[in-house]
Design a binder for this molecule. Structure first.
Ligand code: XMP
Length: 428
């Protein structure tokens, strides 16, 4: 059964996503569309049961008032204009819950059927329809999004999905092993594991500029993936873990909700595949809920954000194997101890970074000259601004003692006190 839908029309406010999520919280599907949407050209129109104009405070864009299209204004579904103050940097605006409920359930007669189980059932059917008896390729990083896409496709088409996991040597401790264990052994996926550690580290040797490091890692990833993809004949589709925030701009100044659909995996368009993007209408928390409903382990689904270039941007300056191991080990200790202290759900992102200079210390009554490790732990809503977390000193003491005892080449631990701005969350 098709889901009812409430459209949120973007008139230039910054709270569209918050509103859409509040409606989804009522178990009714909601999507954001630009003000110039023409119903006749919108394939999902038959599902639309109501329209909300999210005015925000910026209805004048480029000196002109933003007006909904004639088609929208003439549409014969209930329409509601809502003004919500733009809450800069907070993005936690809440609309009058009773007013919304009344509009959604009573005025528009929507049925509360938007649940993860319903989504999965609908997506599996859609995927089977789109893919038919063809095969699909997926770059499976082990991050939340690609893992959930893999799990959905396994449910829909089983062994006709081929996953490629590229280990570039910049993943966290035990991550590549977990990907192989969960997908190959537990879920029975066809998984090609590529050990490209030497290839990446050779390319990165001596490169200290952060942007150049990012470019090398991105470009090399594409090359490795292409090399493997061309070995596999007869695959028509490429799956991607695009999610809703990737395609919707919530803070739009132009009242155009949909960004140019960027190539999220960074894969080249001339790979000659058709795209399959089964989670492109889900917000991150829904992606996680979907993963859990599909049986993925909580440790995989509830992962905190991890940059594409991985530990490559946390091993500061030119990457060396010695410091890369030290950052991987210290990060594992930090995560283990925060987990034990019950901080996992309370801090948005935390990790260690290792600089490329040494400091003097004492070890076993002798002078030592080793690297420091920096702990960073931040609270944020949208990663645009951040404040630092204040974990208990006792927890930090425990982590410090473990790092200086267990991590080779490290004699000092620092805690980064910098909010964003001025510091970005990552050091590079
Ligand atoms: P910054 O350091 O810019 O980070 O305050 C904001 C968020 O983005 C993540 N981040 C990245 N993610 N590729 C990514 O996929 C990158 O190059 C990258 N750099 C930063 C960072 O971990 C934080 O969550």
């Amino acid at each position: 059964m098709q889901q009812d839908m409430i459209l949120v029309i973007d008139l230039g406010g910054t709270t569209n996503s918050t509103l859409a999520r509040q409606i989804r919280g009522l178990n009714v599907y909601s999507e954001i569309q630009p003000h110039d949407l023409e119903p006749a050209a919108y394939p999902a129109w038959p599902r639309v049961k109501g329209i909300i104009y999210n005015g925000g405070a910026n209805r004048i864009v480029d000196g002109k008032p933003v007006m909904p299209s004639a088609g929208l204004r003439a549409a014969s579904v209930p329409q509601l204009a809502l003004a919500c103050p733009d809450l800069d940097g907070i993005h936690q605006a809440a609309w009058d819950a009773d007013k919304l409920k009344n509009f959604v359930y009573k005025t528009c007669q929507c049925q509360p059927r938007w649940t993860m189980d319903a989504f999965i059932e609908e997506q599996v059917a859609l995927l089977r329809e789109q893919i038919g008896d063809q095969r699909v390729l997926l770059a499976l990083s082990g991050g939340v999004d690609s893992s959930v896409v893999a799990a959905l496709l396994i449910k829909a088409i089983g062994s006709r999905l081929t996953c490629i996991h590229v280990n570039h040597g910049l993943l966290r401790k035990d991550e590549p092993e977990q990907v192989v264990q969960v997908f190959r052994e537990q879920m029975g996926a066809t998984l090609i594991y590529i050990d490209a550690v030497d290839r990446f580290l050779d390319k990165l040797a001596g490169i200290s500029d952060p942007e150049q490091k990012r470019k090398i890692i991105g470009a090399e990833f594409i090359r490795v993936f292409e090399d493997e993809a061309t070995k596999l004949a007869g695959i028509r589709f490429l799956a991607q873990g695009t999610i809703y925030p990737d395609i919707v701009e919530s803070g739009t100044k132009t009242a155009r909700a949909i960004k140019a659909h960027h190539n999220v995996g960074g894969l080249p368009e001339d790979l000659a595949f058709e795209l399959v993007e089964p989670i492109k209408y889900l917000y991150k928390d829904e992606v996680r809920a979907c993963g859990l409903a599909l049986g993925l382990p909580a440790s995989m689904v509830n992962r905190q954000p991890f940059p594409g270039p991985g530990l490559g941007v946390r091993c500061l300056g030119a990457i060396t194997r010695e410091r890369l191991e030290a950052v991987r080990e210290s990060d594992a200790i930090l995560r283990e101890e925060f987990d034990k202290a019950g901080l996992t759900d309370q801090i948005w992102q935390y990790f260690t970074a290792i600089p490329d200079f040494k400091s003097v210390g004492v070890r076993d009554h002798a002078r030592s000259f080793e690297y420091p490790v920096i702990i960073r732990a931040v609270h944020t809503v949208d990663a645009m601004t951040a404040t630092i977390a204040h974990p208990d000193w006792a927890v930090l003491d425990r982590i410090t003692n473990r790092i200086i005892q267990e991590v080779k080449g490290v004699n000092r631990v620092c805690y980064d006190l910098t909010p964003k701005p001025t510091g970005t969350i990552e050091w590079e």
